[in-house]
Design a protein around this ligand. Structure first.
Ligand SMILES: *Cc1c(COP(=O)(O)O)cnc(C)c1O
Length: 424
């Protein structure tokens, strides 16, 4: 029961699931062409110019405008209304969201600082990304003011526990101001139940953020977007095209439902850039919404890929397909049905497969993944990350977002783990 069924091979699986492998060659050629033109453009036209005002980067300001609007439409906000910004990454997008939530509730914080506001508390699941705590530390809220909500077996936030902790915080005199639900957690790939969470947020009048850095790209997939049902109820959403959508680093967006809030929260009206008497629509001077002064041009890569009609829909599905194959191969070892392209599993070497003593077996199992990983690195063949989580000892976490990954790669991975670990 507790061993790999290595007899299953890619060819069987292919025949069974009747789904064609993606033509990775053709896709790669197209991607390569895009990035070649990108590099040429960078070199010839100094695309490294900065996005702060319309006059400095008119084309990029407009590309950001149309792309952010499109992303908001995909989230489900009416007519794509709202606001947003491209930031240096998901961690920064999450911090922006926290900053906006605080400003929305206590606008005086901008001038007077944290001493002018009561003790604020934020809520996120115990499986959420560490950037929520980092953001709280950076904004002077403090990591102790981030309350971690319990998750169920599959790693999803439990809304009843969220409500309980909000009530508890209020009783202590704290002010709940921010809930961050995760769409695609980093380890399990779990999707928090957004509709139930939004009900709690609404009831207690708390800003709802969705950290979709990892799973947000499933919004592009007709088959998988239901996993984010309720995302349109959020006040803000982090979405990283530089993860699942394969846009090269860096490309992350924060989408905000309320218009104008970002501008009010962050603007400083530097008079050498943002003169109020310019002869064009000042809403195109987007730079004052950011914490940075000059911003890197991140939009062009995404826009080119979008225009080139690289089928992200197919991409998500094909990657998920390859991962489901991994899941099928190791069916006897998983502890979780994959919700995204994260597959978490143990390898049980023959030496501990039939150990009676459960505690003893756990102790041994904890050491297996690190040893195999070390051997992988020594042989230079492959690398898979591992970690413990809660009461679960070290397990492998295989995540793929590369559209060129094939069923054969998965066969290789499994055989390699078995080869390197069978004497343990
Ligand atoms: C990767 C990730 C982040 C951080 O994104 P960066 O772009 O690496 O800063 C935040 N949240 C989740 C859920 C992630 O998976």
């Amino acid at each position: 029961m507790l061993c790999f069924s290595t007899s299953a091979k890619a060819s069987d699986f292919n025949a069974n699931c009747a789904l064609k492998q993606p033509n990775s060659r053709g896709k790669n050629a197209r991607l390569q062409a895009i990035f070649q033109s990108w590099h040429i453009l960078c070199n010839q036209h100094h695309v490294m110019s900065l996005v702060f005002t319309y006059e400095v980067a008119p084309v990029f300001v407009l590309l950001e405008y149309v792309s952010l609007k499109k992303m908001r439409e995909i989230i489900g906000w009416q007519d794509g209304r709202g606001d947003g910004i491209f930031s240096p990454g998901g961690a920064i997008s999450n911090m922006y969201a926290m900053l906006l939530a605080r400003f929305k509730m206590f606008p005086e914080v901008k001038e007077k600082g944290m001493s002018s506001v009561p003790r604020l508390v934020a809520f996120t699941s115990e499986h959420s990304h560490f950037s929520i705590k980092k953001g709280a530390a950076a904004l002077g809220i403090g990591t102790e003011s981030v309350i971690c909500i319990k998750v169920d077996e599959s790693g999803k936030m439990i809304p009843a526990d969220l409500e309980r902790r909000i009530v508890e915080a209020k009783q202590k005199g704290f002010v709940p101001f921010f809930v961050s639900a995760t769409a695609g957690t980093t380890v399990y790939g779990a999707f928090d139940p957004l509709i139930a969470i939004s009900d709690v947020c609404k009831k207690y009048n708390v800003w709802m953020h969705v950290d979709g850095a990892w799973g947000g790209s499933l919004l592009m997939s007709r088959r998988h977007r239901w996993k984010l049902d309720g995302v349109d109820r959020a006040n803000s959403v982090t979405w990283n095209p530089h993860k699942m959508m394969s846009v090269p680093l860096q490309c992350s967006a924060l989408l905000v439902r309320e218009e104008g809030l970002m501008q009010n929260c962050n603007q400083m009206h530097a008079c050498y850039l943002f003169q109020q008497d310019k002869h064009y629509d000042l809403s195109y001077d987007t730079g004052d919404k950011a914490l940075q002064c000059g911003r890197h041009v991140d939009i062009f890569k995404l826009w080119l890929m979008w225009r080139a009609k690289v089928k992200k829909r197919k991409h998500c599905c094909s990657v998920l397909q390859v991962l489901l194959f991994l899941f099928a191969l190791i069916l006897s070892l998983f502890f979780l049905y994959p919700q995204h392209t994260n597959v978490c599993f143990w390898y049980l070497p023959p030496g501990i497969r039939y150990m009676e003593d459960k505690e003893e077996r756990k102790k041994h199992l904890h050491k297996v993944a690190p040893v195999i990983k070390a051997r992988m690195m020594e042989y230079g063949t492959t690398m898979v990350s591992y970690q413990p989580q809660g009461d679960k000892v070290n397990f492998f976490r295989m995540v793929i977002s590369n559209p060129a990954a094939t069923f054969e790669d998965i066969d290789f991975l499994i055989e390699e783990i078995e080869r390197l670990g069978q004497d343990l």
